[in-house]
Design a protein around this ligand. Sequence first.
Ligand SMILES: [Zn+2]
Length: 72
Amino acid sequence: MGKKWGHYKAGGRSQPVKCIYCGRLVPRIKATVVRRGFRVDSKIPGIDRRRVFLPSHKAYACISCAKHRGLL
Ligand SMILES: [Zn+2]
């Protein structure tokens, strides 16, 4: 008993996310959320902006890219 203590499986709940800028896989806690799609709704006339918000437009950027692009 207690022999498996400390044996953490990598990526149990926190799955790595892909940085949209450099393509690197980073842990989600080390990535920052980037909202994409705010350009798209301006291209669609007659659609309410608030209704266009989709969670699928969420993207992630690693910290170094986020810093580089002034997202942090
Ligand atoms: Zn990156």
